[in-house]
Design a protein around this ligand. Structure first.
Ligand code: PGA
Length: 253
């Protein structure tokens, strides 16, 4: 069975003290994760090791980087490489978040290189896709997301696609308080799975965890996660509040 995943995306928030306090609250909460569950904490680079040490003994909880460089190493001031993350035993990395696409001009080709490099270093990508509002309004979201998947993922081998993690995040729902309905999420997730099945076969497509992201909160998580092709969520704002995120984790199927 594919994993059900609650991933926190802290983005560029929290000072070190606040990060430690939030992690403490999560580690000491009454959540019981089983083998089908995975909690990811995508924290800013400077906090990776601290939060990793704090969560290392919690079954099913792992830290995740929010980004990595598209090149191996060299004169790229300010960048963090896959090799560096690997050296710190970081096992997960978000790739292609819409904020990276929009503000840092990361296109499908760049993201294809990042995905390839991450996997070469044994780091599991959480690959983000999703359409902007005008594309949704013209009802072209399916082909838009399909192109994102094809251009950034279809160089992967069957083995690399097995148990892969994709996050569908409609850009119009991120940080806006406007959530896709659970039916809209299900429709797109089924489409994403069909696109993967077309290329890699149904069996592999069934192993891919597809998370929904965009204004997930404790109050809507259960409804969204109840859909058959929704395997959890990538959570921004609500992941900064311990009680909210704990309830979201408890909403996993
Ligand atoms: P949000 O962010 O939950 O604050 O909408 C989600 C994300 O950007 O991953």
């Amino acid at each position: 069975m594919r994993k059900q995943i609650a991933a926190a995306n802290w983005k560029m928030n929290l000072n070190l003290q606040q990060a430690i306090e939030l992690t403490n609250q999560l580690v000491n909460s009454d959540i019981h994760l089983n083998e089908e569950h995975q909690v990811l904490l995508a924290v800013p680079f400077p906090y990776l090791l601290t939060v990793k040490e704090m969560t290392d003994n919690v079954l099913g909880m792992s830290v995740c980087a929010q980004n990595m460089a598209s090149t191996k190493n060299g004169a790229f001031t300010g960048e963090v490489s896959g090799e560096m993350l690997r050296g710190m035993n970081i096992e997960f990395v978000i790739i292609g978040h819409s904020e990276r696409r929009e503000y840092f001009h990361e296109n499908n080709d760049i993201l294809a290189s990042k995905v390839k490099l991450a996997l070469e270093y044994g780091i599991k990508p959480v690959f983000c896709c999703g359409e902007p509002l005008d594309i949704r309004e013209s009802n072209e979201q399916n082909s838009f997301v399909e192109i994102q998947l094809k251009e950034s993922l279809f160089h992967l081998t069957d083995n690399q696609m097995k148990n892969f993690i994709i996050a569908y995040e409609p850009i119009w729902a991120i940080g806006t308080g406007k959530t896709a309905t659970s039916d809209q999420a299900q429709e797109m997730h089924a489409h994403i799975r069909a696109v993967i099945a077309n290329k890699y076969g149904k069996e592999i497509a069934e192993t891919v965890s597809i998370l929904y992201g965009g204004s997930v909160k404790a109050t809507n998580a259960k409804d969204i996660f109840s859909k058959p092709d929704v395997d959890g969520g990538l959570v921004g704002g609500a992941s900064l509040v311990a009680d909210e995120f704990i309830n979201i984790i408890k909403s996993l199927q």
